[in-house]
Design a protein around this ligand. Structure first.
Ligand code: HAM
Length: 451
């Protein structure tokens, strides 16, 4: 059996790095006031249809339906199921988070904005390729209840700081910025794009011509070279923004300038989700990524809460893709840190000392050390090999002769220094170790023993 197409197993080194990745994000985003929220992995399909937009690829082509056994039976029997029973795996996190904000009234009238972050798997039935999975991990943030341009800039700066903290070289990242306008300026612009597409229908692919009816701005996202060439001459939103949207965008840009965050104006950036108003942005990696080079993206969605039945609540957020960040890091020479690393390995000269070693092992663990021993009766030589493989800086050696004298040996693997220490004394040292983190613990143990 193999994992389903477009999914992958996160083996311990990568799974361990995902945990570290989330910790780095929680640290940087937490300093900007973001707190964690967790919403279900599946929601009513209607939420995504209304939130993300019926005509987007994500909703029209890429959603995985989730059907309970009972409802599946009904469907197979040709019976209808209630619309509330139509469930889909979440293709992204924003719709669910905004649904939760509305449902639990997290931004009551006059309240300060709420800043939420989340991490977890998203599901899109896309054609799998490098950097494009059907189940992938995102970390996202959503700030609801504030429409100030400084909120947009704060989130973008925070995102760029995160990529920098991960180690993705700034020289290969590119921040693209655009504005999608608002309900005042976008409808007229959309009509212009529609008229432009219809005027060039013979040069465009079938899907783009169809998009003229449903969602003309999507044609900017078409990868077909003929469509790209035609859309390169299409009217640009930047020339059709109302004064309020223009002012908002200029302010976001000026905050970024002041923070020294470089960006590129991308007047054809439309993003694949329909909820955006005003600011949209995307971060791309320019080397080693192939066509799936967007490592994060987001924007403002001032109408989404209303669309989902809430009171008017402006919002802004972004999400970044874990697997794509890993690809970007690997292109820059990164390899995962080993998931397993030991502070101390206990080696037994023969089976007669195993019981004492097992007892000592528990005392080591209780003191805070990451410790292990062999459970398969390996030779002393292969126990040392194992200790080496696990990168243990210290090995405790228990042998029958030393044990008879109440002693054990401690070997420092880096310097090969060895000391015979009294077992009683070692138990006392372990019991009295002050635990801050495992590094200081090892240091203090070595200092106590080797002086
Ligand atoms: P998105 O651009 O669709 O935005 O996804 C964000 C990031 O998720 C992408 O930049 C990419 O790194 C990663 N990603 C997307 N699809 C895949 C895939 N099939 N395989 C691997 N990685 C993928 C959103 O999802 C919005 N909810 C962002 C947002 C939050 N906007 C406002 N708030």
């Amino acid at each position: 059996m193999q994992a389903p197409e477009g999914t992958k197993d996160y083996l311990p080194d990568e799974a361990g790095y995902w945990e570290q990745f989330k910790r780095i994000a929680a640290d940087i985003f937490g300093r900007c006031g973001y707190v964690t929220i967790d919403t279900p992995l599946f929601e009513q399909t209607e939420l995504f249809v209304r939130g993300i937009g019926e005509a987007t690829d994500v909703v029209a082509k890429e959603m995985f339906q989730a059907i309970s056994g009972e409802n599946l039976k009904r469907l197979v029997a040709g019976e209808a199921i209630k619309s509330k029973s139509h469930l889909s795996l979440r293709p992204e996190g924003t719709a669910g988070v905004v649904r939760a904000v509305v449902q639990h009234d997290l931004v009551p009238q006059g309240a300060p904005p709420v800043k939420l972050m989340y991490a977890g798997p998203m599901f899109r039935a896309e054609r799998p390729q490098k950097g494009r999975l059907r189940q992938f991990n995102q970390i996202g943030v959503e700030c609801l209840g504030a429409d100030a341009p400084s909120v947009d800039a704060e989130a973008i700066i925070m995102l760029m700081r995160f990529f920098e903290a991960l180690g993705i070289p700034a020289a290969v990242t590119r921040l693209l910025m655009n504005s999608m306008g608002c309900d005042d300026c976008r409808p007229a612009y959309r009509e212009q794009v529609r008229a432009y597409i219809l005027g060039h229908a013979s040069e465009l692919c079938e899907e783009c011509t169809r998009r003229a009816q449903t969602n003309p701005l999507r044609a900017f996202d078409c990868k077909n070279p003929a469509c790209v060439a035609v859309m390169a001459e299409a009217p640009l939103i930047s020339d059709h923004l109302c004064d309020a949207c223009k002012g908002h965008h200029e302010q976001v840009e000026s905050y970024l300038d002041a923070a020294g965050v470089p960006f590129v104006r991308a007047p054809r950036l439309v993003r694949g989700l329909d909820y955006y108003t005003r600011t949209v942005f995307e971060v791309q990696v320019t080397e080693g990524m192939g066509s799936q080079n967007a490592i994060g993206g987001g924007g403002r969605y001032d109408k989404l809460a209303e669309e989902l039945g809430g009171r008017p609540t402006p919002g802004l957020g972004f999400a970044l893709g874990f697997e794509r960040c890993v690809l970007a890091l690997q292109a820059a020479g990164f390899s995962f840190p080993a998931a397993q690393s030991l502070d101390l390995f206990l080696a037994c000269v023969d089976a007669s000392v195993r019981k004492e070693a097992f007892h000592l092992l528990q005392a080591c663990r209780d003191s805070g050390l990451v410790a292990d021993m062999d459970h398969q009766g390996r030779s002393l030589k292969s126990q040392f090999k194992l200790a080496d493989k696990l990168d243990a800086p210290m090995v405790l050696i228990l042998g029958p002769e030393e044990m008879d004298k109440g002693l054990v040996k401690l070997r420092h693997m880096g310097t090969h220094a060895e000391a015979a220490i009294a077992l009683d004394g070692l138990y006392a040292v372990l019991g009295g170790l002050e635990y801050e983190n495992s590094e200081t613990l090892i240091e203090s143990l070595l200092a106590k023993i080797f002086g």
